[in-house]
Design a protein around this ligand. Structure first.
Ligand SMILES: NC(=O)c1ccc[n+]([C@@H]2O[C@H](COP(=O)([O-])OP(=O)(O)OC[C@H]3O[C@@H](n4cnc5c(N)ncnc54)[C@H](OP(=O)(O)O)[C@@H]3O)[C@@H](O)[C@H]2O)c1
Length: 243
């Protein structure tokens, strides 16, 4: 499928995986909307893209903020063909250490933030009877571990949601939905972790094989480039050497 002139809304576009997706899709001739809380970072990325692009500041944890961001799109960018739900947090912690605010923020951003964006793009996709929603989930939604309870639950929710979205939205509205499930990717995501005990126990050192953000962007591109009759349901990607 030719992605030229497709309008793409990317959350979490200020760094890591979202930024790489923006850069790769810009090379395909897409029109890119970059969204996150960091307008300065987004402006710098926008200036470097070889395509029409627009920056919107929004907090995924806040329904009003997300709604305002979509309302602020200029006519050139308002008919969204592709939504990439990439914004997310990962403040891993042991349940026994009771990091309630972080648990709630994880659900607020990773799950409810994705729902807020899906809510905003559905009317246009339903009307044009086409669209593609890419949900960046995680292998942690399938393979649980101590310290990853709430983050894993948030990503399991996204994987389940993606499946149900395909059931409801694909037959009637021709909307494709893909869940991308990366293993460890070398980004700043682990800086969210404040649980000292977990940080002392877990080794996030250089020895661990890691993917890079571009690896995930290529997976997104693969799903988007398939013919309209092909819906890549899920892609689970791990670094070579990890089973
Ligand atoms: N890195 C990994 O190992 C890995 C593995 C599997 C899945 N993932 C998933 O990949 C996605 C991207 O993460 P990353 O690894 O690229 O990490 P990252 O570089 O830290 O990016 C996280 C992005 O989420 C945005 N974000 C966080 N809280 C937000 C909020 N309240 N409102 C709006 N935007 C918010 C951040 O933007 P601002 O701070 O500018 O708002 C940033 O752009 C996440 O969903 C993550 O769960 C990552």
């Amino acid at each position: 499928m030719n992605l030229e002139n497709k309008t793409v809304f990317i959350t979490g576009a200020s760094s890591g995986i979202g930024k790489s997706i923006a850069e790769l899709l810009a090379d395909q001739g897409c029109k890119i909307i970059l969204a996150s809380r960091s307008a300065d970072k987004l402006e710098r990325i926008s200036e470097s893209l070889p395509c029409p692009s627009m920056v919107v500041k929004m907090d995924l944890a806040d329904t009003k903020s997300v709604h305002q961001a979509f309302k602020s799109l200029t006519p050139e960018f308002s008919a969204i063909d592709i939504l990439v739900n990439c914004g997310g947090v990962m403040p891993l912690s042991y349940l026994k250490n009771r990091h309630l605010d972080e648990w709630l923020q994880t659900i607020e951003v990773n799950v409810k933030g994705s729902l807020r964006c899906i809510y905003e793009v559905l009317p246009n996709m339903q009307e044009q009877k086409s669209g593609h929603i890419i949900n960046i989930a995680s292998v942690d939604g399938k393979e649980l571990y101590k310290g990853g309870a709430v983050y894993g639950a948030s990503k399991a929710a996204i994987i389940a949601l993606s499946k149900a979205m395909r059931m409801e939205l694909s037959p009637e509205f021709n909307i494709r939905v893909t869940a991308i499930e990366p293993g460890t990717v070398d980004t700043s995501l682990r800086e969210d972790i404040t649980d000292k005990e977990l940080l002392e126990d877990k080794d996030y050192g250089e020895d661990e094989p890691k993917l890079n953000s571009d690896d995930i962007a290529r997976a997104v591109l693969y799903a988007l480039q398939q013919p309209q009759g092909v819906n890549v349901n899920e892609l689970l990607i791990k670094p070579t050497g990890k089973s």
